[in-house]
Design a protein around this ligand. Structure first.
Ligand SMILES: *Cc1c(COP(=O)(O)O)cnc(C)c1O
Length: 481
């Protein structure tokens, strides 16, 4: 129980049976009660089990909605004590699984502000300064990626929807109504959202080519050229290549410059999936790791990964903004004529929507870009030093050293099967220990343990714990094989 309310407070006005307005004092109590729990949670964020607790003991949830008001406190108890701990601990410092994000606090305040003022940001005329603010944030991204002034972009719910919108642009520009003959190229390491996005855009699986990669998991441009030639010979229409600025499997950055050359020579669209890696481009000293990114026709950015925001914030930039407008522009009888000013619903599929730009805007204004760039660079530095220490452990094969802030390795054994088993056992043991959480991936029949450093909360102490726990788990896996 806290000082702001009683266990039974329900906040509503009992005298007005239809009102959904809350008295000011009720709103204050409600906000304070929630914030008190949030701060308590964040104060102990590092004490959570890094993998999260099992949800197996939870009863299925099929309750009918209550007819009468119920107290906030009992919900907050369930939320923070029962449900959140039984989810992956994605906001913890030891979360090195998948692609971490973290969820910076100013973005949560931004959501409170935008949800309570509830201004309509789908069209410029409805909230001119707020839409201008969002367009301004997209200009920051544009400049960070070294894209030209012709660029337009749109905030999406995530990287998947950004990839989808990019493929739509490419399809519309290069295929028009000739959709069925269109062929899209990506690497065997592409995120599954690429194939899914293609399908959503009407490009079926038999028209998506997964080009093989080299021993560093980078797409081979020579094989791309070959595949395009084969498809042209068969009467098909190559129209787009989706390359990776950091794959989810091993963090590989495709040869973006060479792929840009192929795309130019073949007159096809080059989309860079930078959901994991594009924000490293904000750091001038790291730009060479993503060399060629700034030549792409479009790039997916995922602020809820590389900019540490809470889930629900992705973005797409399109070099020739007219291509994005061409797929989304519509007029309506119930709307004023719309001019040339930036307008999210003319550049994306949503009309009514949240206000994702404010999340980024307030985060950047809270910290300043200098500190944000330093945090991004720090994640790479942490990954590089931990990878060097893990590579030096007995029996470890560092198959994919960090290209950005992700590395992947396996335990050496007498056979591939045995290596896969030992590497899985290593991951399980590390997860059980609960200080850090790593996940794996399979590529070409080999199972790899992977470490991705991308949460703003991950600092040296978590990486030390990671190295220690991997060392211990590797020792045990080798002793018991
Ligand atoms: C995470 C990821 C995506 C998908 O992004 P969401 O925000 O999860 O929709 C796409 N591509 C890559 C490389 C990713 O890491």
């Amino acid at each position: 129980m806290n000082v702001f309310g009683s266990a039974t407070m329900t906040f509503i006005d009992p005298l007005d049976p239809v009102s959904l307005e809350l008295p000011v004092d009720s709103m204050r109590s409600m906000a304070f009660a929630a914030v008190a729990r949030v701060l308590d949670h964040l104060g102990r964020v590092g004490e959570q089990h890094a993998a999260g607790l099992s949800a197996a003991d939870l009863a299925p949830m099929h309750a009918a909605p209550p007819e009468e008001p119920t107290p906030l406190e009992s919900f907050l108890d369930d939320f923070f004590d029962e449900w959140v701990p039984r989810a992956l601990t994605t906001n913890g410092p030891g979360y090195l699984a998948y692609i971490p994000g973290g969820g910076v606090f100013p973005a949560a305040i931004a959501d409170l502000l935008s949800n309570t003022t509830n201004r309509f940001t789908g069209a410029g005329f409805a909230a001119p300064p707020l839409v201008a603010l969002e367009a301004n944030v997209l200009e920051w991204f544009r400049d960070g990626m070294l894209f030209p002034e012709t660029t337009r972009g749109v905030f999406t719910t995530g990287g998947s929807m950004a990839n989808f919108n990019a493929i739509l642009c490419a399809r519309e520009r290069h295929l028009g109504a000739e959709i069925r003959r269109g062929v899209l190229y990506t690497s065997t390491q592409a995120h599954h959202s690429v194939k899914k996005s293609a399908r959503l855009a009407g490009i079926m699986g038999d028209r998506v080519r997964a080009i093989a990669v080299d021993e560093t998991f980078r797409l081979r441009p020579d094989l791309l050229v070959h595949a395009i030639a084969e498809d042209r010979k068969a009467g098909l229409l190559p129209f787009a290549v989706v390359s990776n600025a950091g794959t989810t499997n091993t963090g590989a950055v495709d040869p973006l410059d060479a792929i840009a050359d192929v795309a130019r020579d073949e007159a096809i669209w080059h989309h860079v999936d930078g959901a994991y890696g594009a924000f490293f481009h904000l750091c001038p000293e790291l730009r060479s790791l993503l060399s060629g990114l700034s030549r792409a026709d479009s790039v997916t950015l995922d602020p809820h990964k590389g900019l540490f925001l809470p889930y629900g914030t992705g973005a797409l930039l399109v070099r020739d903004g007219r291509a994005l407008r061409a797929v989304h522009s519509e007029s309506a009888e119930y709307f004023p004529e719309r001019g040339d000013e930036y307008d999210p619903s003319q550049y994306g599929p949503d009309l009514s929507r949240g206000f994702p730009g404010l999340r980024v805007w307030l985060t950047v204004h809270t910290f300043g870009m200098k500190r944000i760039r330093a945090a991004i660079a720090d994640k790479r530095a942490l990954a590089c030093s931990a990878a060097a220490r893990i590579a030096a452990l007995p029996g470890i094969v560092m198959l994919a050293p960090p290209q950005l802030s992700l590395f992947a390795f396996y335990l050496e054994g007498p056979s591939l099967e045995e290596e896969n088993r030992m590497t899985r056992a290593l991951l399980e043991r590390v997860a059980e220990r609960g200080r850090v959480y790593l996940t794996g991936c399979s590529t070409g029949g080999r199972f790899l343990a992977r470490v991705c450093v991308m949460s703003f909360r991950t600092r040296q102490a978590s990486m030390d714990a990671c190295v220690e726990d991997v060392a211990e788990a590797a020792r045990i896996a080798r002793a018991t094989r």
